[in-house]
Write a protein that binds this ligand. Structure first.
Ligand SMILES: [Zn+2]
Length: 361
C-alpha cells in the first residue's frame, strides 16, 4: 500500500502504544461495534472486534481490538490494524505482529487485499493517488523488496533441498522473444529472471550459455536438473550443460512431450483433422459475426473459446468447449431470430452460414 493510503487511513495525532500481545481469548462478542464501522475508507474495521476504548482520550485514538482471524488482542489505532494484516511499509519499524492466521492462508489474504483495492475506488475526493513517477520508482522498488523478503524463506531451502531450473521461451505483448528462468523445488516455484533474446539466434549454444549463467548464480552444487521443452535447440543446450556439469541432467518438459505425442496421434487419423477444421470454422464464424455471437450468447452460459495455438492442447480445448456448447449452438441455429438474420447478406455469406448451421446441428 502506498504511503498516501496510510496517510488516508491514519488516525491523526495518535501516539498510541501497543500493549504486549496478550494472547487472551477474551469474550468480546457482547460488545457492539462502533458506528465508525461503516467507514468505507477503513474497510479493515470489519475484520476486528472492538473490546474497549483504551487509554486514549481522543475519539479517533487507540482502541482495544481483537483480530477475528487470530483472536489476538491489541491496543492501537487503525494504521496498525492495517500493519497487522499487510505488514509495514519498507523502512518503517514493525510495531505490531503480522497476523499469523492471514499469513498462513493465502486465500484469506487475497480476499482482504481485494477489499483494500475496492476501498481505494471509494476513497474520498481528498485522496491523492500516487503519481506514475512514484508508482514506477519508489513504490515499485518497495514491492520488489517485499517480494524478495517474502521469497527469502523459500530461497533458503534451495541450498538444503536442491533445485530444478525450468526455462521456457515466450513472446510478450511487444513481441519481444523472452526466455525465462524459474527455480523449482518442493517449496514452490520462484521466478528468477527473463532475458530478451531480440536479435539473438536461439541456437543451442546461446541457450546453454544463458542457462549456465543461471546455474552459476544459484551455485552448481545445488542444481539437480534443467528442464526445457523438447525442441532441438533446447535439447542441444541440455546436452551442453550435461557436458559442463556431470551431476546435472537435462529433462524434457513432460507437458510439451505429451503435446507432441497427441500431435502425432492427430496426424495418423484423417477424420480427426477434419473434425478439428470444421470446429475451427464454426468458432471463427461466430467470433467474426457479432450478430451470430449475440444470438448464441442469449442461449449459452459458456463462451466459445478463441484459438490460441501457442497454448498446449489448444485443439482439444477448442473441441471440448464446442462439445459443451453443443446444445446451445444447435438451439441457436433453429431460432427465428437466427433465420431472420440468415436471410440477409450476399450469396457467399449465406453459403457460409448454412454450412455453419449444418455443422452445429
Ligand atoms: Zn490477526
Amino acid at each position: 500500500m502506498s504511503e498516501e493510503f496510510y496517510d488516508l487511513v491514519e488516525d491523526a495525532q495518535t501516539e498510541d502504544v501497543i500493549e504486549d500481545e496478550s494472547m487472551t481469548q477474551t469474550e468480546t462478542q457482547s460488545q457492539t461495534q462502533p458506528s465508525s464501522h461503516k467507514d468505507e475508507a477503513k474497510p479493515l474495521l470489519d475484520e476486528v472486534t472492538f473490546v474497549g476504548s483504551g487509554n486514549s482520550k481522543n475519539p479517533g485514538g487507540a482502541k482495544v481490538w481483537m483480530c477475528i482471524y487470530c483472536n489476538i488482542q491489541y491496543t492501537s489505532s487503525y494504521s496498525r490494524i492495517h500493519m497487522h494484516f499487510f505488514g509495514v511499509t519498507w523502512g518503517k519499524k514493525a510495531e505490531i505482529r503480522r497476523c499469523p492466521a492471514i499469513l498462513a492462508d493465502r486465500e484469506k489474504y487475497i480476499k482482504l487485499l481485494k477489499k483494500m483495492v475496492s476501498a481505494i475506488s471509494k476513497a474520498p475526493p481528498s485522496y491523492k493517488a500516487p503519481s506514475s513517477e512514484k508508482a514506477r520508482t519508489v513504490l515499485l522498488y518497495e514491492c520488489a523488496r517485499d517480494v524478495e523478503k517474502d521469497s527469502s524463506s523459500i530461497q533458503d531451502t534451495w541450498f538444503t533441498q536442491g533445485v530444478s531450473i525450468v526455462s521456457d521461451g515466450w513472446s510478450n505483448v511487444k513481441h519481444e522473444p523472452l526466455i525465462n528462468v524459474l527455480v523449482v523445488n518442493s517449496r514452490g516455484v520462484t521466478f528468477m529472471y527473463a532475458k530478451d533474446f531480440s536479435g539473438v539466434e536461439k541456437i543451442g549454444q546461446a541457450i546453454s550459455n544463458y542457462l549456465l549463467g543461471a546455474i552459476e548464480k544459484i551455485g552448481p552444487s545445488h542444481v539437480l536438473q534443467v528442464v526445457t521443452d523438447n525442441a532441438a535447440n533446447c535439447k542441444a543446450a541440455g546436452k551442453d550443460i550435461e557436458k559442463v556439469y556431470k551431476h546435472i541432467f537435462w529433462s524434457p518438459c513432460c507437458v510439451h512431450t505429451l503435446n507432441l505425442i497427441f500431435k502425432d496421434f492427430a496426424e495418423q487419423f484423417n477424420w480427426l483433422e477434419n473434425v478439428y477444421n470444421r470446429g475451427k470454422m464454426v468458432v471463427k464464424y461466430f467470433l467474426n459475426h457479432s450478430q451470430a455471437l449475440a444470438i448464441f450468447r442469449d442461449n449459452s452460459n459458456l463462451e466459445i473459446l478463441k484459438l490460441a495455438s501457442t497454448r498446449f492442447a489448444s485443439h482439444y480445448i477448442l473441441l471440448k468447449r464446442l462439445k459443451d456448447c453443443r446444445e446451445a449452438l444447435a438451439t441457436t441455429v433453429v431460432l427465428n431470430s437466427w433465420r431472420e438474420w440468415a436471410k440477409q447478406g450476399d450469396e457467399n455469406t449465406k453459403k457460409w452460414r448454412t454450412c455453419c448451421s449444418n455443422y452445429t446441428k
